[in-house]
Design a protein around this ligand. Sequence first.
Ligand code: ATP
Ligand code: MG
Length: 441
Amino acid sequence: MIPSYVTAVTGRLRANGFDAYLAGGCVRDILMGRTPHDYDVATDALPDRVMSLFADHRTLLQGAAHGTVCVVSEGENIEITTYRSDGVYSDKRRPDTVTFSRTPEEDIARRDLTINAMMMDPDDGRIIDICGGREDLERGIIRSVGDPVERVEEDALRIMRALRFSSVLGFKIDKATSDALHDRKELLREIAVERIAEELTKLLTGKEPERVLCEYYDVLSVPIPEIAPCVGFDQKSRYHAYDVWTHIAKAVQASPPVKRVRLAMMLHDIEKPSYCNEYGGSRHFAGHDEASAVTAEKILTRLRFDKRTIADVTALVRYHELAPARTHAEMHCRLLYGKLGRELFCDLIDVAVADNVSKGAPNTRAGALIPLRDKVLEYVDNGGCTDISGLAINGNDVAALGIRGEDIGKALKYALDRVVSDEIEDRREPLLEAVASLKWR
Ligand code: ATP
Ligand code: MG
């Protein structure tokens, strides 16, 4: 079951009299019947010794202080880490000193969660499990190794890791661990935003984000304070049975587990509380989509997401209020296709479906969205034009009619609107004729 590029490495360590165990995430994955995405090996050999033992391989010393050597074995990376116990964490993130240790037990004690704190003998499959990781794995429980308060005080990223694994694996968090996450949430301020963003993304694209978002909104409000006003915010609307945050959590859960889609779901209604108007006993949120897009961009920029992700998520939030029943829905969607491109347009439909099925109220939109998408895709696949560059006329043609300056762009936009609404065919003659006799001029 264990690939040969791994056993080649553990075999050589053992042949030279050293320990070699599989450790951490890969053991968890193997015991769950999943294929690990990487293998970590724990050993009592010191980093220098590991380097010399694998002198005939490509190796990379990943910070001698942390004792990790990366060996390229049969073309695959494998990390070999010397048993260690961590010293004091004065920056709440990295130990100031590490002490190499002699036994696997000491190394296990520095790991974060019981399910991540097992080792496996690569030859006979024997498991070293001194903190009940196997039982927690079978019962579906996230539990801190040792005292949870001390462990998150050492390294606050463990707060986000616990939430991430809870969502990804669909495991409940043990009471004492959960209490520590809530109590010590403020420590997240000391963690690099990039690391928080990475864990948040995994949490959102996991199996049970709804439960984690609902139970730990207070923790998530530390890096994203914009969440707090949404929690419990009554929408007083016949279209909505849930408060804003509950609706958001359900919408995340209902959407496909794609990074930009799930981020968009988390942020799509984030400005509803500040765009709330009440009349006739019900609440309305005109303008919340644009405002949420602006805020989404701010939040994602603050968390240092990459430019592409920020642009995509912002667009999905901006246009999430698709109304397929509207008279011009199809025309509107053709133009959105032109703006977003095929992939993001299809994601937008997924966003709108997830939004509409998560309102807890009778809803006619959700069912209409997929047929609407398919009609637009069919239009495009038949050569239908969705943006100005796809028109049978261009700026030069318009200029030749004596139209100048800004009016050229307006004329082309006018032509595009007539084409996507099927009023004029996308051919030169009818388009030039229409532009020449423009009514807006
Ligand atoms: P993934 O599937 O995301 O790789 P993983 O559990 O393997 O999950 P890694 O970040 O690769 O996560 O870490 C490998 C192992 O190192 C973990 O299983 C855990 O034992 C230990 N570890 C990682 N981060 C921490 C941390 N912040 N505190 C304590 N132990 C940690
Ligand atoms: Mg890993």
